[in-house]
Design a protein around this ligand. Structure first.
Ligand code: ATP
Ligand code: MG
Length: 239
């Protein structure tokens, strides 16, 4: 039930330590192309999926199938002892610099303590959740999008109302992006229209003003003409 396609970014490796059923440090090396995790029921396949959602900053424990964040930490199972902290690290290939970071590999880590507090690290240096989210966004990874399909998602997709299902299919196929762009462009067009309208009103006002000026000018010219002829007539009279 694990299917990830992170646009252009490639997940190279996943490291789990104390996360859910993974008590001892566990590394999953992914090969190029399609990867598949196979295991018996309850062996931890969905927990791997959960770990990816977790490391990408998910706030709701329920979305990672846990009552509260501290339940993400290995609870000791049947024989072991509970651990104090859970760690998930995801290693991305960054040779093509999808992340705005000057290193060939990007290691993103999240730790959670028994008190529910989370710590984030980028290439082993502490970062805020916000910084991590911005970085993920820059690499065009959308954890809330539909590239991560959890157990049960397919069933709910099948049971959904047709219009709800259509929305998801539009989102997955990328149509909704164009719908948004179209919406934005139409808004811009509306703004331009109203600006054009304003400009037209001003233009009309100027035209009226210009006509008045022309009237004044014509009158002044006529006055000058009459004044001139008056002067000439007076001169003729004197002679
Ligand atoms: P299925 O094939 O049935 O979907 P799965 O391989 O997806 O199974 P998961 O749901 O990933 O299995 O794993 C479930 C196991 O993880 C359960 O045995 C559960 O006890 C264990 N588990 C969950 N949380 C913890 C925890 N905090 N500490 C220890 N074990 C845990
Ligand atoms: Mg499962």
């Amino acid at each position: 039930n694990l299917f990830i396609s992170t646009n252009m970014t490639i997940v190279k490796k996943l490291k789990l330590k104390g996360f859910k059923s993974f008590a001892s440090p566990t590394e999953l090396d992914f090969g190029n192309g399609f990867n598949c995790i196979i295991g018996a029921n309850g062996s931890g396949k969905s927990n791997v999926n959960d770990s990816i959602i977790f490391v990408l900053g998910e706030l709701s424990a329920k979305s990672i199938r846990a009552e509260k964040s501290s339940n993400l930490i290995f609870n000791g199972g049947k024989v072991g002892s509970p651990m104090k902290e859970a760690e998930v690290s995801i290693f991305f290939d960054n040779e093509k610099r999808e992340f705005p970071i000057d290193s060939d590999e990007v290691k993103l880590s999240r730790f959670v303590r028994q008190n529910g507090q989370s710590i984030y690290k980028l290439n082993d240096e502490k970062r805020t959740r916000q910084q991590v989210l911005e970085l993920i966004k820059a690499a065009k990874i959308d954890p809330s999008g539909h590239n991560i399909i959890s157990q049960g998602d397919i069933i709910s997709l099948a049971e959904m109302k047709p219009d709800e299902r259509r929305k998801i299919i539009e989102e997955v196929s990328g149509i909704s992006v164009f719908e948004e762009k179209k919406e934005k462009t139409l808004q811009e067009l509306g703004k331009v229209d109203s600006k054009l309208n304003d400009a037209n009103i001003i233009l009309k006002e100027r035209e009226v003003h210009l006509r008045e000026l022309k009237k004044d000018r014509d009158q002044a010219l006529k006055f000058k003409e009459i004044e001139e002829s008056l002067k000439n007539n007076k001169a003729t009279l004197l002679n």
